[in-house]
Design a protein around this ligand. Structure first.
Ligand code: F6R
Length: 259
């Protein structure tokens, strides 16, 4: 695991976007795994800037998103399909037909999840998977207590995630937040060839501590990334503040990136 510690989230987002831009330039048919939430928004803005500046094109890129709320249509302003269209897909030249988000209204959600996995496999697997991290250490919607080898399935949100996410729903009300979601599993995520996890702010410091320096445990599903051999964490100083070896990680990753 490499931990890139930047002064600001803006700096970290630029670096992470540069990794994706370089990958898409190298392989225009890159398969991306994408995340929603407030964390990757700045990175998506940077990716869009590179497209606008004609440095890169996403015309042949395919994408699969991590998760979707169960029960929300893609037109709902809090659905993850809506989020992706607004925050990234409309701003880059990707073909909408090449973007995939789990269908929150699927009649048979487990069948939908199995088909989603099959699609990813058919596309050759995910080249770069973007992740955020929940304050309870979740990746995608894999809450504490989820098997580290879980596959894409219907999952149940913890009260803490419902509380965290309520800010985005009607009048910030927790009862507006769906209690279930369709989510890529931890095992599915770990099959990506490269992983980029973003984390900003002191609210993520405990989660990053658990992810990087805690034991590998289903109590912090992000800790499964310790077993991945190309996982990169781009964070700001606040999110990294509880790491025992933060100075060492910062020096090592900066050296590897030539910063
Ligand atoms: C979103 C997702 C979640 C978020 C996490 C952090 O697709 O899978 O795991 O990455 O809940 O959310 P933010 O970035 O809003 O703090």
């Amino acid at each position: 695991m490499e931990i890139v510690i930047c002064k600001t989230k803006e700096e970290a987002s630029k670096l992470a976007a540069a990794v994706i831009t370089a990958q898409v330039k190298k392989n225009p048919k890159t398969v991306l795994g994408l995340a929603t939430g407030s964390t990757p928004v700045l990175m998506y803005t940077e990716m869009a800037k590179a497209v606008k500046a004609k440095k890169v094109s996403y015309k042949q890129v395919k994408s699969w998103n991590l998760d979707e709320y169960y029960g929300l249509p893609g037109t709902h302003d809090q659905s993850y399909r809506y989020f992706m269209n607004e925050n990234l897909f409309k701003k880059i030249d990707i073909k909408l037909a090449n973007t995939h988000v789990l269908n929150g209204l699927a009649k048979d959600p487990e069948k939908e999840c199995k088909a989603y996995e099959a699609q990813i496999k058919k596309a050759g697997g995910i080249d770069i998977q973007v992740l955020g991290i929940g304050s309870d250490g979740h990746i995608a919607f894999n809450e504490p207590g989820t098997s580290l080898s879980s596959r894409t399935s219907v999952v149940y949100l913890t009260p803490s995630t419902i509380k965290d996410n309520a800010r985005l729903f009607f009048k910030g009300k927790e009862k507006e937040v769906p209690t279930r979601a369709l989510s890529m599993g931890v095992g599915t995520i770990c099959e990506a060839k490269k992983i980029i996890l973003l984390a900003f702010g002191k609210g993520k410091a405990d989660a990053i501590k658990g992810c990087v320096e805690g034991g590998i445990s289903q109590f912090c599903t992000a800790s499964a990334l310790q077993l991945h051999n190309d996982a990169w964490i781009f964070c700001d100083e606040e999110a990294a503040s509880k790491l025992t070896l933060k100075k060492y990680y910062a020096w090592r990753s900066a050296t590897k990136l030539g910063l």
